[in-house]
Ligand binder design. Structure first.
Ligand code: VAH
Length: 326
């Protein structure tokens, strides 16, 4: 087996209208051609939207028949399976989270097995728990998460490994940190503050944060995350020892440190704190920092954006779209 790309036919992306999909789909289309990438989502395309000028399919990936139908109709060779609930929503609706996050992945892996597809699966630092070392959490370590989101991510990592070992499904994945994007809003995660803060800083020069000022978490700017996903799927299979669930990160900071960085660009920006106990408990159950040495060694992962460059870029991009409130 060599790289996934060399054996690929068409690409299917589930959850394409979500936070990652909104930027991954255009990047994949740019790289492989617009008709080579089928975007799909449980949600319908908003009126007048063009799905980034390529094919779009309405798909509930927990149902295998329509999934199979798309795989054979488009001769799909790789599935980027992004459809999932994020941590805070999953805590609010644990039964729905289990159904979407687990049944969705199971059907995707089964369909991939039957149609000889490779699979990308996004795990998360949420796959760790309070008994994981809180600093420099290793690649291989204790994973006893206390959230439904984390439970589904650990089970999913194991299911991907199982499908590779048992059926040779080339299932690869990353443990992503909090993702920061100016394209799509975050949707129900614990790290959403690091996206919302930029919108509020430009509009109101004020943000009320739902995490404590000293809550340190790993983070990454979306262009780095999109590049990491593509690089992993193109990596030479023979170099991959882990294959699935690589720790990766680019930066870590606290809300207080992010606010200080924003203040370098917007000096009168003010941050206030109103802690949401549910999201704070989730954040406190995750490591503060992780070790991404395996990703660096096995497929050459290197982040490009730091806290400073990400902040400058986010503010530049958003200033073009948003007007400050009067
Ligand atoms: C969440 N952004 O907050 C996601 C992520 C690292 C956390 O998986 O749920």
């Amino acid at each position: 087996m060599t790289s996934v790309r060399s054996m690929s036919k068409t690409i299917l992306v589930t959850g394409a209208l979500g936070q990652i999909g909104s930027e991954l789909v255009p990047a994949l289309r740019e790289r492989y051609g617009k008709d080579a990438v089928i975007a799909s989502d449980l949600r319908m395309l908003p009126m007048g939207a063009s799905a980034g000028n390529g094919p779009f399919e309405h798909l509930d990936c927990t149902r295998i028949r329509p999934l199979q139908d798309i795989l054979s109709r488009y001769q799909v060779g790789i599935i980027y399976h992004l459809a999932a609930l994020l941590s805070a929503v999953a805590e609010d609706r644990p039964q729905v989270a289990w159904h979407l996050n687990m049944d969705g992945l199971y059907q995707v892996l089964e369909a991939a097995r039957q149609n000889h597809c490779a699979v990308f699966f996004p795990s998360s630092i949420g796959a760790f728990g309070p008994t994981t070392p809180r600093d420099h959490a290793p690649q291989d370590t204790v994973q006893r998460p206390t959230t439904m989101y984390g439970v589904t991510k650990v089970a999913a990592e194991m299911l991907c490994d199982y499908y590779f070992r048992r059926f040779a499904v080339d299932a690869r994945g990353l443990r992503l940190p909090g993702l920061i994007s100016h394209v799509a809003p975050a949707g129900g995660g614990t790290t959403d503050y690091a996206v919302e803060i930029f919108y509020q800083a430009i509009r109101y020069r004020h943000y009320t944060c739902f995490l404590r000022p000293d809550t340190r978490l790993e983070m990454m700017y979306m262009p780095d995350a999109v590049r990491a996903i593509i690089e992993l799927m193109e990596a030479d299979s023979t170099r991959l020892v882990h294959r699935n669930a690589f720790n990766i990160t680019a930066m870590n900071f606290t809300p207080d440190e992010l606010a200080q960085e924003i203040r370098k660009h917007i000096p009168d920006f003010v941050i206030a704190y109103e802690v949401d106990p549910i999201r704070q408990t989730i954040a406190d159950s995750w490591p503060r920092t992780i070790d991404d040495g395996a990703a660096r060694d096995e497929w050459g992962w290197t982040p490009r954006y730091t806290l400073e460059t990400m902040t400058g870029n986010m503010l530049d991009k958003l200033r073009h779209r948003l007007r400050p409130a009067m």
